[in-house]
Structure formats: structure tokens, C-alpha cells
Design a protein around this ligand. Structure first.
Ligand code: HSE
Length: 290
């Protein structure tokens, strides 16, 4: 058989929702998988990811497929994969989750669909280590997930298009491992209660469509204070976005990309203003309205 899947890039945390909240963005990783008579052939079409993605057994899409085939006890003779991703690598936009989820989804189709999408999410979380990006990559929309005792419990809210996301992508990488290593192992109770209240308000705002509390709700004390330092010019960019009418700005996943939320009606103007500012202040960054 032959299958094609499209998996979105995702933005995790959204401020206070560390390892739980996720958002699917309209950029995609396209994967084609075909069973062949023998061997493994991996073709990477886009030039940028080509540099990063191995084309042998170490490839993350392939490793994820193998993980599912083993669980399903399915043995294809050979495989051909064609990968084409718009999601930049090691920028905090869920590129690894998109590879894992894409690989699992292809393998599930090829082996006769033995697993549900909830089981796919749980497998992807086992591979990735946290559920935020994978949940949004599988179900789309704005998601909240809890991974507990090998099972995933989640809610996915379909966005109706009233919000746009301005994505500011630096031209340098920060690995998730490095960005996680800088975080404390324990937090004082005041930070815990700060994050619980803010994450709760964030979910209520996103799901109700009542966005007046978003700016406050996106504040975080668990990871952003420790990760800001990896982002050149963070305070200035943050204030600029706020002064141009952003509903809130956060570090996407483990960074270094920033995501600024804006009302769809104001989005084009907002994009033009920020694009102009970034051209002067950080000309090497990529700015996208998604
Ligand atoms: N929640 C994770 C983190 C996302 O912030 O480290 C990174 O992929």
C-alpha cells in the first residue's frame, strides 16, 4: 500500500500551560509512505530540513513507523518515504512531534489501522516525552492534555478563525533538551499557584472566545523566565508586540520562536507593522502570519 499524511506544526505551552497546552498552526509536514519489495529509501524534498534529517534508520519518521509496526506485529518488506516539511527544525514549532505523529499515522494506515487516534497520541507521547505538541498535531485546534499512567486524556477546541498567530522565528536553534535543562526541579508554592490560575484563565478564554483576559492569562513563571535569555532582544520585541495591539505573546514550546496572538480583523495591519520593525531590529528572523 501507499499512504499520504499531512501533520501540522504546533506551538506548545502558550505561556503557563507547560507540557499540557498545545495549538496546531497552519504550516505542515507532508509524508508519503509506500511499501516496497525491500530496503529503506528516504527522500527529503525541502532543502532546509534536508540538512537535519538523516535518511537512514535514524530518521525520526522511520523510527516512529518502526515503533508502531513492532507493536502491531506487522513486517513490511521494504519502505519508501518521501518527506516534505514546512515546519522549521529546533525552533519550538513541534517539528519532531510532526515527524513522530506522521510516522505513526502512516504506519497505522499501512498495517490496517490497529490503533485509535488516542492510542497514537499516547505512543507519540512515549516517544516525545510530553503530550502538548503531539496532542495538537493529532487532533488540531487548541488542546489541553494530561498524560497519566500511559494514557492520554485531552480536550481539543476547534478554532473558528477569529484569532491569528504571528510567528517570529529566529535564525538560530535552541534544542529542547538545553531549554529544559535550564529549568528548576522544584518551584515555590507561589509560582505553582500563579501558573494554575493563569493556565485555567487561559483555557477559559480560548474556549469561550472571550479574549479580554488573554494578556494576563498568558503570563508564566514555570519556564519563560528561564528561557527568555536565549532569545535576542526579547524584552524589546515583547513590548513592541504589546504596543501594536497583540492579545498576548509567548515563547513557542521551548523556544526560541515567539508567537503573538492577534484578532483576525487586525492581523494584516499588525503583521505589516511588526514586519517593518523586525526588518530593522532583527532582519535575519522569519516573520509569518498563520
Ligand atoms: N512543553 C515542552 C517544553 C515543549 O516547553 O519543553 C517543547 O517541545
Amino acid at each position: 500500500g501507499k499512504v499520504k499524511v499531512r501533520v501540522p506544526g504546533t506551538s506548545a505551552n502558550m505561556g503557563p500551560g507547560f507540557d499540557s497546552i498545545g495549538l496546531a498552526l497552519s504550516i505542515y509536514n507532508y509524508i508519503e509512505a509506500e511499501e516496497t519489495e525491500s530496503g529503506l529509501c528516504i527522500e527529503v524534498l525541502d532543502a532546509e530540513t534536508k540538512e537535519f534529517l538523516p535518511t537512514d534508520e535514524k530518521n525520526l519518521v522511520y523510527k516512529s513507523m518502526k515503533y508502531l509496526f513492532d507493536k502491531a506485529d506487522y513486517r513490511p518488506k521494504g519502505l519508501k518515504l518521501v518527506l516534505n516539511s514546512e515546519v522549521p527544525v529546533t525552533r519550538g514549532l513541534g517539528s519532531s512531534s510532526a515527524c513522530i505523529v506522521g510516522g505513526l499515522a502512516c504506519a497505522n494506515e499501512l498495517s490496517g489501522k490497529p490503533f485509535s487516534s488516542r492510542e497514537i497520541m499516547a505512543m507519540a507521547t512515549q516517544i516525545e516525552g510530553h503530550s502538548d505538541n503531539v496532542c495538537a498535531a493529532v487532533s488540531g485546534g487548541f488542546t489541553v492534555s494530561v498524560f497519566q499512567k500511559d494514557e492520554i486524556f485531552y480536550y481539543s477546541h476547534k478554532m473558528n478563525g477569529d484569532l491569528k498567530f504571528l510567528v517570529l522565528i529566529p535564525d538560530y536553534a535552541v534544542t529542547t533538551q538545553k531549554a529544559r535543562n535550564t529549568l528548576p526541579g522544584y518551584y515555590p508554592r507561589r509560582d505553582v499557584s500563579f501558573n494554575i490560575s493563569h493556565a485555567s484563565l487561559l483555557v477559559a478564554s480560548m474556549v469561550s472566545g472571550n479574549y479580554e483576559n488573554l494578556l494576563c492569562a498568558m503570563d508564566d513563571r514555570v519556564h519563560e523566565p528561564y528561557r527568555k535569555v536565549f532569545i535576542d532582544g526579547y524584552p524589546k520585541i515583547y513590548n513592541k508586540l504589546k504596543s501594536y495591539g497583540s492579545l498576548g505573546t509567548y515563547i513557542s514550546g521551548s523556544g526560541p520562536t515567539l508567537v503573538s496572538v492577534v484578532e483576525a480583523d487586525d492581523a494584516e495591519l499588525f503583521y505589516e507593522d511588526i514586519y517593518e520593525y523586525m526588518q530593522k531590529a532583527h532582519p535575519t528572523w522569519t516573520v509569518k502570519l498563520l
